[in-house]
Design a protein around this ligand. Structure first.
Ligand SMILES: CC(C)(COP(=O)(O)OP(=O)(O)OC[C@H]1O[C@@H](n2cnc3c(N)ncnc32)[C@H](O)[C@@H]1OP(=O)(O)O)[C@@H](O)C(=O)NCCC(=O)NCCS
Length: 399
């Protein structure tokens, strides 16, 4: 069957969508006792369903803000919960869900959409590109000796039970967005965290670093071991540090926890100096470089105008096969962004533009890979300068 309809789901239909999504990811449907938490992850009006005789596909989003280079917080659709029933795949259901969702985001005035991808080949065709990347680290805490010049850090407080659920949202909300790519965490995100916190088989712990003006960093972690005699692994799942003292203080604490044989810290910023904390930098290995945030410019002129640029202007010719109104030529520079009829200097798809947007890839790399076509050679260096960001962009908030 290839005929189907698509519409926003009513609140009483979201559990079916949650189950469909989870089964598509090969994980069990939501348990009754988990549903009160999972239900709150669904922002009303933001879950799409595709139906033939019954629900066959779904995608949802929640509203949040993403910090773009220059510091502005821009509304974006945080896309998640995407799944199509395995007996209805490869007949265009996702394509229609994506088109509808993107058009809706642009219409509501959201310049950006973003997601974390389960697989690399899915989202590029809809104009998403890998905008930020991240590192996974493995640290041997028994060999890890901190260099003498590492800051001493402030007081680190261990939060347990409900205290963590009460404190962490306000600690995160008060942290400055010290990297482009950081996002706000609305209640729909924290509902997922609460579910994990309360229901995870291995208990989670949370620590907060207190600086001179209050909390300036936090981390969460869990420690897994099969049995008493087996080696144990600490998974650090969140680590935000708005100051050097907080970064050092949180690591001092994590390294000091007893009965830990390995520390894994996933999805860390590319330029975070973790290995430089140690007398032997090799105690901190990079085990993977992963894609972090996939970005989509839903409203290209608004998104381009939201961030700042340094250097000489460049004329980009952007092609957007999904939201065709975005296609056209744009002059991008420190004085602003405008549509132009001047000749194109660089030509690129809206997916490659997303890869430039946070400075996640230098323009020359995208040229080398054939993702950007060059009409004027000097424009490559100009684009590289315009889109560059320091520190490197990173989101780190999974959704
Ligand atoms: C990924 C998924 C949603 C795709 O749904 P779908 O309805 O089959 O997608 P479509 O039919 O609209 O596919 C559109 C195009 O993308 C391609 N595509 C879709 N999913 C793909 C995948 N996982 N790998 C490679 N190509 C894929 C299709 O082949 C098709 O290409 P074509 O236009 O050249 O024919 C579905 O396979 C699924 O539910 N997967 C498991 C759950 C999952 O990974 N969800 C994403 C969470 S981020």
């Amino acid at each position: 069957m290839s005929d189907y309809t698509m519409r926003p789901l009513r609140p009483d239909e979201t559990r079916a969508a949650a189950d469909l999504f989870r089964v598509a990811l090969h994980v069990p449907p939501v348990k009754d006792e988990d549903w009160p938490y999972a239900e709150r992850m669904y922002q009303p009006g933001r879950t799409l369903g595709a139906f033939d005789t019954e629900l066959i596909g779904t995608a949802r989003s929640f509203d949040a803000e993403l910090t773009v280079p220059g510091g502005r917080r821009v509304p974006f659709a945080a896309v998640t919960g995407v799944g199509v029933r395995s007996d209805r795949t490869r007949r265009g259901v996702l394509s229609q869900l994506m088109r509808t969702q993107l058009a809706d985001a642009a219409e509501r005035g959201f310049p950006l959409a973003a997601l974390y991808a389960s697989e690399g080949p899915i989202y590029g065709r809809f104009g998403y590109g890998i905008a930020t990347r991240a590192l996974n680290h493995r640290i041997d805490p028994r060999r890890a000796v901190l260099r003498p010049e590492v800051p001493s850090g402030g007081e680190v407080e261990l939060l347990s039970g409900d205290a963590a659920l009460e404190r962490l949202p306000e600690v995160y909300a008060a942290l400055p967005h010290y990297r482009p790519g950081m996002m706000t965490r609305p209640v729909h995100w924290w509902a997922g965290f609460e579910r994990h916190w309360r229901r995870a088989e291995t208990p989670l712990a949370a620590i907060v670093h207190n600086g001179p003006d209050g909390p300036d960093g936090f981390a969460t972690y869990s420690v897994q071991r099969q049995s008493w005699r087996d080696p144990s692994t600490m998974d650090v799942t969140n680590l935000y540090a708005a100051s050097d003292e907080a970064f050092a203080g949180l690591w001092r604490y994590l390294l000091s926890v007893d009965l830990v044989d390995t520390i894994q810290a996933e999805d860390r910023p590319l330029d975070e100096p973790t290995s430089l904390l140690f007398t032997d930098p090799r105690v901190c290995e990079v085990t993977a470089v992963t894609d972090d945030l996939w970005l989509r410019l839903a409203d290209v002129p608004a998104a381009l105008a939201a961030r700042t640029y340094e250097g000489e202007p460049v004329v980009l010719e952007v092609t957007d096969p999904v939201l065709e109104g975005n296609s056209g030529r744009y002059r991008v520079g420190p004085d602003g962004v405008e549509r132009t009829s001047d000749p194109a200097e660089l030509r690129l798809g809206v997916d490659a533009l997303a890869m430039l947007y946070f400075g996640g890839w230098p323009a020359s790399a995208l040229v080398a890979a054939g993702r950007v076509q060059v009409a004027e050679a000097s424009a490559v260096t100009r684009a590289e300068g315009l889109f560059a960001t320091r520190p490197s962009a990173w989101c780190g908030t999974h959704f």
